[in-house]
Write a protein that binds this ligand. Structure first.
Ligand SMILES: Nc1ncnc2c1ncn2[C@@H]1O[C@H](COP(=O)(O)OP(=O)(O)OP(=O)(O)O)[C@@H](O)[C@H]1O
Length: 378
């Protein structure tokens, strides 16, 4: 008997390759059909090299042709594997994803002492007040100050067993989970870290800890732009970075280096924006007076020049320093202008995170913008 090519195609359009929706003719998997009397040769192109998929496709084709076209047909199936070319995704986050942790936001500064940890602590508290699940990983190996700001300096993470593995349980206060490199070093001991060593220690603090579900993990980075930063950035799946600077020229020059560090090819972490800290001084007794001690709007102009978002300004206020030192960050107090300033900055960071995560499922994007009370989603 002569097998008809159209009958073969008709039969093949009733079956599909395992895991694919469309039938194998419509999907383009069948690239050629040749018939010679009772012989049928099928060329098939599939996207996966898995042996069981190949075997199953071959068996299905033979069975279908013999059942639907001619029971004694001699069928030969030539299978080639052609994996689809993956499109480069600029939103792809590098590094191993951490189960349960949705966004890791690194907080950095070029220069030391500009208030990076203060911003991190208050940002975490504001996010938590908005209803997000938040953790801080204090990676500032030169001066881990988060435990003091959260009044947990004397605490130590406990060990818990999760799925048969022993894990560190972050210390928690004010609704924020905290792990700090400071929990494992002596306060008066100068620790000399090399980049890979610091990255390894941080990897343990992330992967060997029971963080649970987190919407945001804030990473308080050490100041500067060195080898340690490179190692940390390359080993963790960071969503984006916030750069803190004062308006002072020397701080701005270093902040510029900080932004450049995130943008360089080997790191390529999106910069969510710049926060201007100590933007002006306002004495408690003269709340309407602003003194631009470190210069005016320098970080704002830097953001414009570098074409990165400006996330907001924070005044230099004695109570911000006092609250941090007392282990009760200023943003915890409601109804103050400091709380308002932190809410504004936090909303902007959430908004930039949603924009950055364009691949975020819409429901998730709406959830996080609604929680922050902003409208990043069109
Ligand atoms: N807006 C502010 N108003 C008043 N004091 C502030 C403000 N921001 C930060 N400070 C104070 O400045 C000091 C340095 O702040 P912080 O430790 O947050 O800086 P840092 O950039 O994290 O420092 P490091 O380089 O050590 O990591 C702290 O005493 C802090 O309380």
């Amino acid at each position: 008997m002569n097998v008809n090519k159209q009958d073969v195609l008709q039969a093949l359009s009733t079956i599909s390759i395992a895991g694919e929706g469309k039938n194998m003719v419509e999907s383009g998997a069948v690239t050629n059909v040749m018939t010679f009397a009772d012989e049928v040769v099928i060329d098939l192109k599939i996207a996966t090299p898995a042996m069981h998929i190949k075997k199953r496709a071959e068996a299905d084709i033979i069975k279908t042709i013999q059942e639907q076209v001619f029971k004694d047909a001699k069928v030969q199936v030539n299978i080639s594997v052609e994996a689809p070319v993956k499109e480069a995704n600029p939103n792809l986050i590098k590094g191993k994803a951490i189960p349960g942790i949705k966004n890791i936001v690194a907080v950095a500064s070029g220069k030391g002492g500009v208030g990076k940890s203060t911003v991190t602590a208050n940002l975490a508290i504001t996010l938590s007040k908005m209803g997000f699940k938040v953790g801080i990983l204090d990676a500032d190996i030169y001066g881990p100050s988060i435990p003091i700001m959260f009044d947990v300096a004397l605490e130590r993470p406990l060990s818990v067993t999760v799925d048969g593995k022993s894990k560190m349980k972050p210390v928690e206060n004010y609704g924020v989970k905290v792990l700090s490199i400071g929990f494992f070093t002596k306060p008066d001991q100068a620790v000399i870290w090399r980049g890979p060593m610091a990255a390894k220690a941080l990897n343990q603090l992330i992967f060997d800890a029971d963080w649970g579900e987190l919407d945001f993990m804030l990473l308080d980075l050490p100041p500067g732009t060195g080898d340690i930063h490179l190692s940390i950035m390359q080993s963790l799946p960071i969503t984006g970075a916030v750069v803190v600077s004062t308006p002072q020229t020397v701080a701005l020059a270093d902040a510029k280096k900080g932004v450049a560090m995130f943008q360089q090819e080997s790191i390529d972490v999106p910069v969510l924006g710049i926060v201007e800290n100590m933007a002006y001084f306002t004495p408690a007794e003269l709340p309407n007076n602003k003194y631009y001690i470190f210069g005016k709007e320098g970080a704002m102009h830097l953001a414009e020049d570098l074409n990165v978002p400006f996330l907001g300004a924070l005044p230099l206020i004695q109570s911000i320093r006092e609250a941090g030192d007392a282990g009760h960050p200023a943003a915890l107090q409601s109804g103050t202008s400091i709380e308002e300033a932190f809410i504004e900055i936090t909303k902007n960071i959430v908004q930039e995170t949603v924009k950055r995560n364009e691949s975020l499922p819409p429901t998730e994007a709406i959830k996080i913008t609604t929680m922050a009370g902003c409208s990043a989603v069109k």
